[in-house]
Each structure stands twice: as C-alpha cells, then as structure tokens.
Design a protein around this ligand. Sequence first.
Ligand SMILES: NC(=O)c1ccc[n+]([C@@H]2O[C@H](COP(=O)([O-])OP(=O)(O)OC[C@H]3O[C@@H](n4cnc5c(N)ncnc54)[C@H](OP(=O)(O)O)[C@@H]3O)[C@@H](O)[C@H]2O)c1
Length: 240
Amino acid sequence: MPEKKILITGASRGLGLAISNALSKEYTLILHATRKESFTNVDPKHHLLCADLSDPTQLNEFCKRLKKEHGDTLYGVINNAGITFDKSLIYQPENEIDKLLQVNLKAPIMICKAVMKQFLLNKRGVIINVSSCVGETGNAFQAVYSATKAGLAALSKSLAREVSALSEEHAIRILSIAPGFIETEMTDTVPEKFRQEYLKAIPANRFGNVNEVADVVAFLLSDKASYINGTNININGGIL
Ligand SMILES: NC(=O)c1ccc[n+]([C@@H]2O[C@H](COP(=O)([O-])OP(=O)(O)OC[C@H]3O[C@@H](n4cnc5c(N)ncnc54)[C@H](OP(=O)(O)O)[C@@H]3O)[C@@H](O)[C@H]2O)c1
C-alpha cells in the first residue's frame, strides 16, 4: 500500500496534538506549528514543517515547501491551527482582525489550493477543516473568529462540489468539523462566569476533551467514512 502522509496544522498542543497522537501509528505525519521549538518528543518517522501563518510570506513559503517536499505522497490535510482574540468588535484593533482572517481562513484556503491539483491527479485525498460550533450559532465577543469558522464550513462544502465538477470518478472528500467547548489552552482563558454560561447550554453537562475530537477526525479520515463528504460534523455534546 502506498505511503499515506497527513498534514496537521497546529499540531503542537490542544486538539492538533491529540489528533496527531490518534493518527501517529497509521500514517506518516507532517506536523506544523509556528516553530520547531513548540514541539517536544517528535517520532523521527514524522516530518516537521513550521510557519507563522499570520505572516503572508511564511504562509506562501509553507505552501511551496508542502508541495515540493510532500506533494505527491500527501493523502490528507487537517487544517486545525487557529487563534482567537475575544472582545467586542467595537474595540477590536484592525491588526487583530487581519490576523484572525489570515491564520483561521486565508491559511486553510491557501493550503487547500496548494494540495487540490495533486489530489485531483491522484484521484484521492481528504481535507478536514476545523471549524467551530460558533461558525453556525455566532458568539458575542467572537464576531470575526465566528466569521472565519463559518467561512471554513462554506469553503469545505464548496470545494467538495468543485471536485465533483472537475472529476467524475474520484475518492476525494472535503469536510469540516465543528467542535463545541473543548478543554484546551484556547479555552483556559475563558472567564469562569462565561464558562458557567456555556455549560448551561450543553446537554452533555460537561465540556469536551481533545480525544473526543481526535477520535472523530481519525474516523473521518479513514475509509470507513468514505461516504461522508461536503458536510460539517458537530462534536459538541448537544449544544443547540
Ligand atoms: N478548544 C475549543 O474549544 C475549540 C472549539 C472549536 C474549534 N476549535 C478550533 O480548533 C483548533 C485548535 O484549537 P485548540 O483549542 O487546540 O488551540 P490551541 O491549544 O491554542 O493550539 C493552537 C495551535 O495553533 C498553532 N498556532 C497558533 N498561532 C499560530 C500562527 N500564527 N501560525 C501558525 N500556527 C499557529 C499553535 O502553535 P504554537 O504552539 O507554535 O503556538 C498550536 O499548535 C482551532 O482552529 C480552534 O479554533 C477549538
């Protein structure tokens, strides 16, 4: 069986680290974070490809290297790296808005663009974009973040349709996942008052843990999910 390489962005901690642990045995991984020093204990069978995706030059270089060094053996992409700056839009500086758009939306778009042609030639490949429940519900003090996450769901659905327009027979799937409130460094900083508010809205009566998302990603990447395409999969304990 040919080697299956999977790129995971934001793989140094939180959801990305859990996803890389879940995939580590079965696949060869290309692990991304802002810099090499973000990682500890990387299995030598995997690759590191780092870039600060808020920097357009580094994003460009990252996409070039991804294509050149791994293009023909790349099987999957998990666009997971993401940032948030929670505050009212009224007080959000433009440089934060630009950074949110660049890291959370432009970078996944450019990474999809970088791999799509080869996926079409190979007639196989899976892209999973990490959206969020707030992409559907919206969230106060996360207007731009939520907009980027809605964008990822729309991007995934559109690209799935685009692949079908470009190729009759193929095994390419493009989808997004929408986690709810998952315990990571990103959610550590949410003030207790808001945590309690969020908790009230979760029928599971608890926040999620990273492995509950990673296991779904492993399933979606596998052939067992071969008919799941062009959709947004909720992993949120039942948040409405
Ligand atoms: N946690 C949740 O409740 C939740 C819910 C829904 C969706 N999500 C989404 O899930 C994804 C992962 O979230 P998380 O909670 O695991 O986040 P996290 O713990 O804060 O980890 C963020 C990851 O993204 C990387 N990253 C940060 N800034 C970057 C930049 N400028 N350029 C490139 N990479 C950058 C980090 O690398 P370094 O270590 O090098 O900084 C790290 O690997 C995000 O897209 C987030 O929006 C999370």
